[in-house]
Design a protein around this ligand. Sequence first.
Ligand code: F6P
Ligand code: MG
Length: 443
Amino acid sequence: MAAVAALPVSLSARFKGSFAYFTVKDRLPQILTKAIDTLHRHKNEFFEEHGEKGVEAEKRAISFLSKLRNELQTDKPVTPLEDELPDAVLWNQYLDYQRNLSNGNGEPSWFQSPWLFVECYMYRRIHAALAQNPPIGSFDVFKEGKAQNFFESQEAIIALCTYFQELLKNIKDLDEKQLQGELFKLLQVSLWGNKCDLSFSAGEESSQKSSPLQCLEDMVPYIIVDDMEKLWSLLINTKKRNTEKCNVRVDIILDNAGFELVSDLVLADFLLSSKLADEVHFHGKSIPWYVSDTTKSDFNWTIKQLQAANHMWMSRCGINWEGNLKKGVWVYQDHMFWTLPHVYSSMAEVAPDLYADLQKSNLILFKGDLNYRKLTGDRKWEYTVPFHQALNKFHPAPLCSLRTLKSDTQVGLKPGQGEQIQASEPEWMITGKYGVVQFDAAP
Ligand code: F6P
Ligand code: MG
């Protein structure tokens, strides 16, 4: 029987017996240290913009973050949020729920709480450290890293934009088979784009260096669940059956800014240009999240950077994408739910408006590892448990996860498949080397 009733694994349990998990454990304090350094380095900027008030705010934010790091490192209880930001009530209700789970065994502490919860909680507290300290309240401590990833991936971005603009020249002449081939390529670029994640490397450089299209063939064996054919069938059949000419809508639940975001935008443009979709809705984060996740400001910044680039095809992409937003065929949305600790099976209850909105979609693409963890409840499932079962009634519309494996949750494998990889590569679930394109059709 699958571990459906098992509690999510706590941070300390994940650390036992595996060297790699110790790196994970180190990663959260490292991220906080980097955030503190970043604030220090911007001291002069805060002074120039806001005078003494800016410097005082910087000091308060740093002391808040230092306290947070100390709480984490000394395994203190996870305390209720004391700010009055709009999501604080939901967070504190969730904390109560965690307390009840601990069955009177005292306050849940950092190492004794589910990993998903404490990790999300850390990012929410980082947000509070800034948001509570105007006039630097909207400063994103992760912004520089995201921009750096974008600039360091420049060659790969040029290669991708050039390939795509060449493709657009004759996209109308492609037959179905060719269209399918192009979709598969861009899905894979978007999948492997998910390797470029900064929370994974504690904010260290993690850009796309080589041409993202050249190595696709070699990476095929590492796609351990490949439902691309199912995705294609859904899209082409929706297009053919669409006799009432309703808009076909695809939603992309974004993950990281930098190269990954560009790969997602190219995929979105392809869906429109090939007429497989009529509108694409992007869902980003409303606060800085997991170091490299995309916020509205990152989204707009990326499109502006592309537009202003010195390279013809890069800037053509940027111009077209700005146009898509203006025409309303691309829509950027964010919702508080994406930065709560809740798993997606509770979305219908916690964020019924978001769930209802997603029900209007013909296909939802979930990018990245954290989305996968939240889709599957971040549980230690047996590998062969069907994806549909792990989704635990989260079925707003047909959905697909494009994710490289960085954490030890995986479902929907063939019998023996996981064990076979495990035998030769004990760290296979956390290195980002393997990926899935995993589809679930049934609402
Ligand atoms: O492994 C560290 C980690 O922060 C995980 O907690 C998380 O699942 C992942 O990295 C983030 O990856 P992604 O950006 O693909 O969601
Ligand atoms: Mg991420």
